[in-house]
Structures are given as structure tokens and as C-alpha cells.
Design a protein around this ligand. Structure first.
Ligand code: NAD
Ligand code: UDP
Ligand code: UDP
Length: 319
């Protein structure tokens, strides 16, 4: 049994990762400051003998003894990461330094949850890992994009300078149960709006594209990446290459929820990428991984989750 630290473990992806690691028989230490995560996401594990939860902010040092580290702590939705942009950069950068310092002391393997946002508004389509990206360093998304880019730099410098075993995963838009209903991301927004019969908010003309990966597929890729030989560091794209415009996504959600909500158009946020789609050939080769869950099946699971959440009002009115 390995002792595994998951930072941001009470969040959307982190809680699914904790579940998966416990099911694999590992010992899990979940740390979170509950900025966007919630104890509700992991409360079903509280009585598990190999699960431990610690309230902690990764921008502060952490002294614990573990064998592996998954560093996921960071708000991920534009609404949340722009709420306190200085804290967002600190979380990515100071958080990476502290977790790398911890990994260095323990000689532990460490995985970074990076993002397709490191490619910015890309000129290369689909995006391959070799592409350096087109990121605005001073815009409203920069706290997240540049924070994550700097974290990647730190990971590679700890690897080169201190021979740390690192794994860098560039995650493309992922969705599924336990997304926060008020986080402003497109999948959660459209589903909640459709279920409540509210207008569906399309930003811009709705022709911008994204590729949506279901959470179970993503977690499988993450576990596989951690299991690769020491000479494989990534960065590696993990996402679903199926590409949809936001109008297409809205239509699918309306159809699957049998909702009568109407589409309304709102201004496109600043620096909103036009298109995004992963090239996953590296993941296929090195991880033997590709996504299995179709958008339709994944949306059905997510809709069922939000139906329950709304019925129980279990997220209250937090915005
Ligand atoms: P999330 O907001 O649900 O989870 C992030 C978790 O980190 C939350 O539980 C939050 O409370 C915690 N956190 C934030 N700041 C912290 C701090 N300073 N100290 C300790 N904990 C802190 O988001 P998510 O979608 O689960 O994202 C998880 C990771 O994956 C993030 O690093 C994100 O950048 C990355 N990622 C996610 C996506 C996606 O589509 N979901 C895409 C690309 C990258
Ligand atoms: N650190 C930590 N836990 C540890 C070891 C280090 O949180 O078990 C933090 C420590 O506070 C430091 C950071 O990680 O600020 C980077 O550590 P490193 O050893 O690389 O740098 P140094 O301590 O030499 O500045
Ligand atoms: N979007 C939208 N309506 C919404 C929320 C988002 O049209 O209610 C758009 C947004 O402008 C972007 C895309 O959907 O083009 C994905 O947005 P999200 O915030 O989910 O992720 P990101 O922009 O980080 O990929």
C-alpha cells in the first residue's frame, strides 16, 4: 500500500482521484483549503480506514510523510480563479514550490495537474505538446495560465537540477458529477440552466470550440501517467479529442434534459480561446490511454447528478 497525497482532494477532480486511489487499495491523505472544494465531495470516505483529510493551504509549507504526490490544488474555473487572481498565482507557484520541496525531501514521485490553458488562444490545432502556446501575460486569465506555466517550469527545473521524478499532465476541459453548480464553467452552467428552465447563456456567437473529457476517463489517464517509467516526464495532453461548438453543446444539453430553455447571447469574455482540441497521440503511445465515454453518456451522468443536487438544494445559494 502506498501513502499518497492528493492536494485539492476535496475538489471535483481531486475527489474522484481519492475515490479511485482508495479503491485501488492505497492510503490517501487529502489536503484542501476548501476554497472551491467541499467536504461533501469526500464525506462518503470519512469512515474509510485509509482516508485522511487535512485542511491546509498549499501556499504554506507542509511536512508529512508520503510516497507519491498528486498536485491538483488550484481553482480551475474562470469565475473562481479570477475571484482572487493574486491568490490563484500564489497557489500555482508557491504551491508548486512547497509540494516540490516536499517531494525533494521525501524523494517522492510528483504529478502536476497542468492545463490546456498553457497553450492560451492557440494557433496550432489540434494542440500538440511541442507547441509553446500563445498566452497573454497580463490579461484576466493570466493568473491561471501563467501560474500553471510557471509551475511547469518549476517541475522541470526540480527534475533537471535535483533529479526529481515528475509527471506533468495537461488536462483539457473535463466535466462530470461533483462539478460545482455555480463555478461558471460551460457544462455546469448549461445543465443547471436547462434543468431550472432558465435561459442558456451563450458567450459570443457560440462558434468557439472545446473538447470535453468525462471525469472517469481523465482519472484513468492520471493514474496511468503516475505509473509510467521514471524517464517519462510528460508534458502529456489528456483530454477527449471530440470537438464541439458551444452552440452544439447547448443543443445536446437541451435535448438530453428535454428542456424548453431558450438560448441567449452574452458578450464573449476577454481572451476566451477560439478553439481547443487535444492531440492525444502521446497519451495513446505512452499511457496506452484514450477516452472511452461519449459526450452523450457523460452528459447523462452529469445531468443525473445535477438533478439530485438541485432537488436536495445541497449546494445552497453559494455563488
Ligand atoms: P476544483 O476547483 O473543483 O478543485 C480544486 C481544489 O483545490 C478545490 O478543492 C479547492 O478548494 C482546492 N484549492 C484551491 N486553492 C488551494 C490552496 N491554496 N490550497 C489547498 N487547496 C486549494 O477544480 P478541478 O476541476 O477539480 O481542478 C483540479 C485541478 O485540475 C486544478 O489544478 C486545475 O487547474 C486542473 N485542471 C482542471 C481542468 C478541468 O476541466 N476540470 C482542466 C485543466 C486543468
Ligand atoms: N517544503 C515543504 N515540506 C517539506 C520540505 C520543503 O513544504 O517537507 C517547502 C519549504 O518550505 C520550501 C519549499 O518547500 O519553501 C521548497 O523546498 P526546497 O527544499 O526546494 O527549497 P529550500 O528549502 O532550500 O528553499
Ligand atoms: N461559455 C458559454 N456560456 C457559459 C459559460 C461558458 O458560452 O455560460 C463558453 C466560454 O466563453 C468558453 C467555453 O464556453 O468559450 C468554455 O468555458 P469554460 O469556462 O467552461 O472553460 P474554459 O474557457 O476555461 O475552457
Amino acid at each position: 500500500m502506498k501513502r499518497i497525497l492528493v492536494t485539492g482532494g476535496a475538489g471535483f477532480l481531486g475527489s474522484h482521484l481519492c475515490d479511485r486511489l482508495l479503491d485501488l487499495g492505497e492510503d490517501v491523505l487529502c489536503i484542501d483549503n476548501f476554497f472551491t472544494g467541499s467536504k461533501r465531495n469526500i464525506s462518503h470516505r470519512f469512515s474509510h480506514p485509509h482516508f485522511e483529510l487535512l485542511r491546509h493551504d498549499v501556499t504554506f509549507p507542509l511536512y508529512v510523510e508520503v510516497d507519491q504526490i498528486y498536485n491538483l490544488a488550484c481553482p480551475a474555473s474562470p469565475v473562481h480563479y479570477q475571484h482572487d487572481p493574486v491568490q490563484t498565482t500564489k497557489t500555482s507557484v508557491h504551491g508548486a514550490i512547497n509540494m516540490l520541496g516536499l517531494a525533494k525531501r521525501l524523494r517522492a514521485k510528483i504529478l502536476q495537474a497542468s492545463t490546456s490553458e498553457v497553450y492560451g488562444d492557440p494557433e496550432m490545432h489540434p494542440q500538440r505538446e511541442e507547441y509553446w502556446g500563445r498566452v497573454n501575460p497580463i490579461g484576466i486569465r493570466s493568473c491561471y495560465d501563467e501560474g500553471k506555466r510557471c509551475a511547469e517550469t518549476l517541475f522541470f527545473d526540480y527534475h533537471r537540477q535535483l533529479r526529481l521524478e515528475i509527471k506533468v499532465m495537461r488536462i483539457f476541459n473535463t466535466y462530470g458529477p461533483r462539478m460545482h453548480p455555480n463555478d461558471g464553467r460551460v457544462v455546469s452552467n448549461f445543465i443547471v440552466q436547462a434543468l431550472k428552465g432558465e435561459d442558456i447563456t451563450i458567450y459570443g456567437d457560440g462558434q468557439q470550440t472545446r473538447s470535453f473529457c468525462y471525469v472517469d476517463d481523465l482519472i484513468e489517464g492520471m493514474i496511468r501517467l503516475m505509473g509510467t517509467p521514471p524517464d517519462f516526464t510528460g508534458p502529456v495532453n489528456v483530454g477527449n479529442p471530440g470537438e464541439f461548438t458551444m452552440l452544439e453543446l447547448a443543443e445536446r444539453v437541451l435535448q438530453l434534459t428535454a428542456s424548453k430553455s431558450k438560448l441567449i447571447f452574452k458578450p464573449l469574455p476577454e481572451d476566451d480561446p477560439r478553439q481547443r482540441k487535444p492531440d492525444i497521440n502521446l497519451a495513446k503511445t505512452k499511457l496506452g490511454w484514450e477516452p472511452k465515454v461519449s459526450l452523450e453518456d457523460g452528459l447523462k451522468e452529469t445531468i443525473a447528478y445535477f438533478e439530485k443536487t438541485i432537488a436536495n438544494n445541497s449546494f445552497g445559494i453559494r455563488s
